[in-house]
Design a protein around this ligand. Sequence first.
Ligand SMILES: Cc1cc2nc3c(=O)[nH]c(=O)nc-3n(C[C@H](O)[C@H](O)[C@H](O)COP(=O)(O)OP(=O)(O)OC[C@H]3O[C@@H](n4cnc5c(N)ncnc54)[C@H](O)[C@@H]3O)c2cc1C
Length: 400
Amino acid sequence: MAIIGGGPAGSMTAERLLRTGISGNSCSRNLQVTVFEEKLGWEKPCGGGLPAKAVVRYPFLLEACEPHAVIQEAELIAGSGEAVRFHLRAPIVIYSRSVLNSFLLRRAESRGARIVADHITSFHRDGGRWRLEGRNHAYHADFLVLASGARSSLRPLVASRFEPRDFMLTYGYYVPASDSLLRIQFLTDFEGYAWAFPRPDHLSIGICGKLNENSMAMLRERLHSFMQNFGYAAETAPIFSHLLPALNPNSWSKLELTGEGWAIAGDAGGLVDPLTGEGIYFAMRSGELLAESLLASAPQRYPARVGREFGRRLAMGARLAPRFYHGEFLGKPSTTRLVEFCSRSPAFMNLLQDLLEGAQSYTSLPRRAYQTFAKGALQMAAKAAGRKLSALNDLMKVRA
Ligand SMILES: Cc1cc2nc3c(=O)[nH]c(=O)nc-3n(C[C@H](O)[C@H](O)[C@H](O)COP(=O)(O)OP(=O)(O)OC[C@H]3O[C@@H](n4cnc5c(N)ncnc54)[C@H](O)[C@@H]3O)c2cc1C
């Protein structure tokens, strides 16, 4: 078995395939798994943030993957500048990616995976097996897992190429500073956002915007203005830039995750939330689902398992994203309304916390948002009426 890419998707696929002690699966005892990774444990451009659902499913991340930052305070800022600061009900755990990637790769290695530091330039079928061309050597494998991330040029060898509108472009800095506040700012009529994620010894500050709508210069300008507003200094900070999958609804409807002797996991398969840009959890989980399908000798079941567990939710996110970022509600941008409602209505704040924790499905989100809005409007009207009544009472007392 050859796995190209030793990021969260590739490392988790290998680890799960070889977890014999736990699974007791005889097939995995004889399995040889090789992970090809060109940049072992590197600082992959990323925010590095993991929501509660990730650490609940993978408690070893909190217990053994050090150092990490546990962030409990967050601020959401609208394009208008209006902001809501709040205490996160469930903290967001943030890693430097070199720490997370090295940890996951070592974990796979400790189960028996062979880690090969090589760049795979190409592969093709060779007498019923795969022949992989590396920079250093050629390799052979019976089954091929492509976990080579968003920028991989290898995807078109087995599946169709994604289009520019299937990506976000990102740009950012690793700022040498410390903080305990996570910030996210929406920008007016812009599909994407700027963020500042505190890590143990620096901040990941960046911006993501649709690739087909933005140039790097446009993103840089918007990010600099965000940084200036909040006093983040960029002068000496290392720069990062990368692609982030954000598949459009059409691409979700024809997702290709497996075929004759191959499968794709993580970013290489487009498995990122198009609304939030969250992908680490889905990379890890897709690796696990793929490994379990392979251990059951049923790789063909892997796409349906992905669909059931989170694929449909992410596809719904793809439909919601343009409406959320470009839409209006009651005469103002939806993102501004979200910030306003969250700062005034506990029910809306509750909804936001569920979204951040990954506990709110996108399928029922519009219905819940409208119900919450109606409830919030009633609460605010009751409050306002209460205020008027008590003002009237005060007035009557003064007159009496
Ligand atoms: C700027 C930015 C911010 C983000 N912030 C967040 C966040 O805060 N939270 C979150 O959940 N997600 C975030 N994401 C998404 C997240 O980074 C990805 O979803 C996640 O890394 C996907 O894991 P992966 O294993 O599929 O791919 P990757 O992490 O990209 O790993 C692929 C690996 O394959 C290797 N590789 C590629 N080609 C070859 C080859 N030919 N030969 C050998 N090795 C190869 C690469 O070196 C790499 O290590 C962000 C993404 C970006 C770009």
